[in-house]
Ligand binder design. Structure first.
Ligand SMILES: Cc1ncc(COP(=O)(O)O)c(C=O)c1O
Length: 414
């Protein structure tokens, strides 16, 4: 279509887009990393001098090998925060994602308690979507087929669909972020958790990977306690159904925190056994630094309020600009915690909008990444991670992204 025949709206948007390009932006909305100011909140960890005081309360020298379960003092703090009995919570090294990866590998090679190895059985994972791209990367890399379970219009899990899939014994696992999910910000309520715990599954060795990465990452005064998922599972007669993960990656330092694994006593024994083949114990000095830095669970809560003071204004800014520019064109989530805002752009525009943004120096997570095999059936979801850029940059990036969404929509109608 020639330029002169374009609609006035398309012409206006193109002009806005060209003006943005001329600004030579270089902005990044991709990964949900803490900002430098957030990392600074934990700088005392770097300066903390353990000196001669490198023993735990029982007198064990933490510089040495051993202590595979992790430091008891730190496990106690996070047991309280995560609502898990301390005997069922282990502390490891810095990445819960690595724990998730290794648990899937152990399940493939050895089977989980009460089951045969998953390998060679065409194992399937259910993937509530939009979801976390790195979860999907693990299952894809390990040859597990993924089935997308779209969230319902109200943001809740599609329990009837999950139940139907569980009639298939090949369905061995499900990814789930129960609190302030990446990227939708949605949380699982107690009724849903009870339903997941009680649901019949054809595979006795079906496991839900309950990734509670954002358990204490509230953006408002409302600080809900985590669900007692292991208790609910035991009550429902499926004590071994949930593998629970968490970490301090977005509490202290993303690259140098502590990760946690929790589950039933049988699963904990299983995990202990396989981990003991991999390592002679985690970095307990880092765990000790964390325990000393926080003191107790209230110390973590206070620390998370300091994060909130830095993060909440950024989320408010995103909300304001989306409201000003995209009302009537797109919808988006209004998270009360976590790290992400999901924009539902008009169908068939997300890929184009992200591409337009990239060409003017605004990096956005690739369209489709929130779905297994990068397949967003409506080509609509755009994930925004507001944490990293300073507010002025964030405002420019969101403004620019909105122009790209509007332009992609206008092009479609042209
Ligand atoms: C849902 C979720 N799980 C896990 C992680 C990564 O956790 P870790 O740093 O402990 O590997 C992230 C990071 O973005 C995440 O969003």
């Amino acid at each position: 279509m020639s330029h002169t025949l374009e609609s006035p709206l398309l012409e206006t948007l193109r002009a806005e887009y060209v003006a943005l390009r001329e600004r030579g932006l270089s902005l990044d909305l991709t990964r949900g990393k803490p900002s430098a100011a957030q990392l600074d909140l934990s700088n005392a960890l770097l300066d903390l001098d353990l000196g001669a005081d490198h023993r735990d309360a029982a007198g064990t020298d933490l510089r040495n090998y051993g202590g595979g379960d992790g430091l008891l003092e730190l496990r106690r703090i996070f047991a309280e925060l995560l609502g898990i009995p301390v005997a069922q919570l282990l502390a490891g090294n810095n990445a819960s994602l690595q724990m998730m990866h290794d648990v899937v590998v152990h399940a493939l090679l050895h089977g989980v308690p009460g089951g045969e190895p998953w390998v060679g059985r065409d194992a399937v994972f259910l993937c509530p979507s939009p979801g976390y791209d790195r979860h999907f990367a693990i299952t894809q890399a390990l040859g597990i087929r993924m089935v997308s379970i779209p969230y319902l219009a109200d943001g809740s899990l599609d329990l009837p669909s999950i139940e139907r899939h569980l009639a298939d014994p090949a369905v061995k696992g499900m990814w789930l972020v129960p609190q302030y999910a990446n990227p939708t910000g949605s949380s699982v309520d107690e009724t849903t958790a009870r339903a997941l715990a009680a649901m019949p599954a054809a595979a006795d060795d079906f496991r839900i990977f309950w990734d509670n990465a954002y358990a204490v990452h509230h953006l408002t005064d409302d600080e809900p306690a985590p669900l007692d998922i292991l208790g609910l599972a035991a009550e429902a007669g499926h004590p071994d159904r949930f593998f629970v993960f968490a970490s301090t990656s977005k509490i202290t330092q993303a690259g140098a925190g502590v990760a946690f694994f929790a589950s039933s006593p049988a699963n904990i024994d299983w995990y202990r056994h396989h981990t003991s083949v991999q390592t002679i114990g985690p970095d307990k000095l880092n765990q000790l630094r964390h325990a000393r830095f926080f003191g107790d669970a209230e110390g973590v809560r206070a620390h998370m309020r300091a994060h909130r003071a830095l993060l909440a204004p950024k989320f408010a800014l995103v909300e304001r600009i989306l409201g000003e520019r995209l009302t009537g064109h797109a919808t988006w989530t209004h998270p009360t915690g976590g790290y992400f805002v999901t924009v539902y752009a008009p169908a068939r525009t997300a890929t184009r909008a992200v591409e337009l943004a990239k060409s003017i120096g605004v990096a956005v997570t690739p369209a489709g990444a929130a779905y297994p095999y990068d397949d967003d059936p409506h080509d609509s979801v755009i994930r925004i991670a507001p944490s990293m850029p300073p507010e002025a940059d964030l405002a420019q990036a969101i403004e620019a992204l909105c122009v790209c969404v509007l332009l992609a929509e206008a092009e479609l109608g042209a």
